[in-house]
Design a binder for this molecule. Structure first.
Ligand code: SAM
Length: 212
């Protein structure tokens, strides 16, 4: 993994402060350590889109700006229009993103993962959340095959071995069940019965709920 550098370290410090402020308390030491050891920028592609108008930012053309976005407490769009070249279509819509760090750490805290737990994550995104879960037994599902491969590559580069499965997360991943923790990073209006069926007795299913 490429070294984070002085600018990156400053940006990381700023992010930790912003996340703690948003959480209303310092994050648990293991999550702070994970944030430092699994740097968010290592999971972002060269080209990202930011803000409500999805402004394009390329690492090559604007490295400082790209790094600032990598360590801001905001969501970063990592793919638009399902990967079709943006110029070919008029309107841009976000088809993959890295969640805002304060949401990521709030959910990790709520998940209450313990050593030895088997975790199923639905919605790999960049792979950062799976990376933060660390050397625990994590299986993560991504619907887009190219992005699944990209996330697997990022996880490998930071030396973490989460299993990235390509498929529709709504079905879960029966082959790895039962899981102690099932966490969705995409919002749902109903919890698929497969997720409950694949959760071990006493386990937890955590989802961002979207009101119908
Ligand atoms: C907010 S992003 C995840 C961000 C991730 N926590 C990170 O920081 O990189 C939610 C992801 O869920 C994925 N997703 C949505 N529906 C899905 C499904 N049915 N199966 C698998 N992935 C899905 C989206 O493509 C998107 O990448």
């Amino acid at each position: 993994m490429e070294p984070i550098g002085a600018e990156g370290r400053d940006a990381m410090r700023g992010l930790l402060g912003a996340v703690n402020e948003s959480l209303g308390a310092p994050m648990a030491p293991p999550w702070e350590a994970a944030c430092r050891e699994v740097p968010r920028h290592a999971f972002l592609p060269e080209k990202i889109w930011v803000g409500e108008d999805l402004k394009e930012c390329s690492r090559g053309a604007a490295p400082g700006e790209w790094l600032r976005h990598a360590y801001a407490d905001t969501a970063v769009v990592t793919q638009v229009n399902d990967g079709q070249a943006a110029a070919e279509v008029g309107e841009r819509w976000a088809s993959c993103s890295a969640s805002a760090p304060s949401i990521v750490f709030r959910m990790l805290d709520m998940l209450d993962v313990r050593p030895g737990h088997r975790v199923l994550e639905i919605g790999t995104g960049t792979g950062w959340n799976a990376g933060l879960l660390g050397p625990k037994l994590v299986t993560t599902i991504k619907v887009d095959p190219a992005l699944a491969a990209q996330a697997a590559g990022c996880l490998e580069r930071v030396g973490l071995g989460a299993e990235v499965v390509q498929g529709d997360g709504a079905r879960g991943h029966a082959a790895g069940a039962p899981y102690d923790r099932v966490v969705a990073t995409c919002s749902v209006r109903a919890v698929p019965p497969e997720w409950v069926a694949q959760t071990a007795p006493g386990g937890v299913v955590l989802v961002p709920w979207e009101s119908p």
